[in-house]
Design a protein around this ligand. Structure first.
Ligand SMILES: [Zn+2]
Length: 228
């Protein structure tokens, strides 16, 4: 119940943990998904194919019999919507994302802190904020916060003395969009152009690089579900 706002569903035949739970407490286990060529559904023992979303087709499900996984979800969701009982919704597990890191590598966060004006974005014409190269990395604390030549600056708004942000961005932040550049690598004046719309039409289907990477990359690229 702690996951999203959903209700707990009782479909023990097609989820390994629910199956084990139902078996232990003698709850009925009704098969509602069949896979061609697999005839050995048993209420006594779990088999991997029970949860096969690629090959599974609905059975014992009335008008939804014969539908595959995605078609079944769509059909049931459409019927619920028609009755005013529910709708499809994307549930993100990532609600807040602290992007700042107290370390050297990573893109500097382009913000200037002014006592008078508050937090002021670095103006476009002063971008990018470039990391200093004479950095001393000791392993203790943020190296940039020990470099006045990096953080001492003027406020872009009032011109008064100000302090440059010394945290750098989480590298996930950059890698959420860097791959868009591959769609237009020869553009010398802009990072991306209209070719991105062609190559990324409908979202990114696949991102190879580990699921913990993929969720953050794809959550920010208006994607359909990743398949890696
Ligand atoms: Zn100011």
């Amino acid at each position: 119940m702690s996951y999203g706002d959903g209700a707990v569903m009782a479909v023990p035949a097609h989820d390994e943990r629910d199956f084990a739970f139902a078996l232990k407490y003698n709850l009925p286990i009704k098969q509602v998904v069949a896979v061609d060529g697999e005839t050995s559904f048993s209420h006594e023992a779990w088999a991997e194919w029970y949860a096969d979303k690629q090959r599974g087709k609905l059975v014992n499900s009335g008008k939804y019999d014969g539908l595959g996984y995605e078609a079944a979800v769509d059909a049931i969701a459409a019927d619920l919507a028609a009755k005013g009982l529910g709708d499809k919704k994307v549930q993100f597990r990532l609600r807040d994302w602290g992007i700042s890191r107290q370390r050297y590598w990573g893109c500097p966060i382009p913000i200037i802190h002014c006592k008078t004006c508050g937090d002021v974005p670095v103006p476009d014409e002063q971008l990018p904020v470039v990391l200093p190269e004479n950095v001393e990395i000791t392993g203790a604390g943020s190296p940039l916060a020990k470099m006045p030549e990096f953080y001492e600056c003027k406020c872009p708004k009032c011109g008064g003395d100000a302090r440059r942000e010394t945290d750098t961005m989480d590298t996930f932040f950059e890698s959420s969009w860097y791959f868009l550049r591959y769609a237009c690598p020869d553009n010398a004046t802009a990072m991306v152009d209209e070719r991105v719309a062609y190559w990324c039409k409908g979202g990114i289907d696949q991102y190879i690089g580990g699921i913990e990477h993929a969720i953050l990359h794809l959550a920010t690229s208006a994607s359909r579900s990743p398949t890696c």
